[in-house]
Design a binder for this molecule. Structure first.
Ligand code: IMP
Ligand code: MG
Length: 178
């Protein structure tokens, strides 16, 4: 697996430190608001598991599953594969994403959920990759700004592989040009 990685972009230690910091910041900002964290599967699962252990306020969690991606290029179409079952009217929503790239997915999700009248919707993302932003959407909390490269690890995949790497790495171009 490691042979497919060109370089480590963010180490496991760096991730740990930053995720703790963001978890504590959210805890301060949402104190008394009983937010609901909504993880966007599958990419969020490692990040969210670590983040939640640094959130010290009462809150609840749920997950949605969307797909918009094939290989390293976005298809631009967003599909909801798993929706929320609970009522979110009046709740403070925090969407948890692995990476904000074109912004098409989160922009779609945000609008999709707004209709249900939550009290607020915020976005926390592990990585922000602003190079290809198409939709007018911003992260309220972003752990890392990343350059225009295809990254894997810590939940992020290339064709379902590499999610289990403990760090964020840049994939060797020959892996996806094969
Ligand atoms: P967006 O709709 O273009 O913002 O894409 C969001 C989704 O695309 C993310 O949740 C990821 O699943 C996927 N994605 C975007 N960039 C990368 C990357 O560099 N590596 C792995 N997945 C990515
Ligand atoms: Mg994703």
């Amino acid at each position: 697996m490691e042979r497919a990685i060109e370089k480590i972009l963010i180490s496991a230690d760096e991730i740990e430190e930053k995720v703790a910091e963001v978890g504590m910041k959210i805890s301060e900002d949402y104190d008394g608001k009983n937010p609901i964290f909504v993880g966007v599967l599958k990419g969020c699962f490692v990040f969210m598991a670590d983040l939640m252990r640094h959130v010290t306020i009462p809150c609840t969690m749920d997950f949605m599953a969307v797909s918009s991606y094939k290989g390293t290029t976005s298809t631009g179409a967003v599909m909801i594969n798993k929706d929320l079952k609970q009522d979110i009217e009046g709740r403070h929503l925090i969407l948890v994403e692995d990476i904000l790239d074109s912004g098409v997915t989160l922009n779609y999700l945000k609008n999709y959920l707004m209709v249900r009248k939550p009290a607020s919707v915020a976005i926390v993302t592990l990585m922000d990759k602003p190079a290809h932003r198409k939709a007018d959407v911003y992260a309220d909390y972003a752990c890392f700004d990343v350059p225009d490269a295809f990254v894997v690890g810590y939940g992020l995949d290339y064709n379902e592989r590499f999610r289990n790497l403990p760090y964020i790495g840049i994939l060797k171009p020959e892996v996806y040009s094969k």
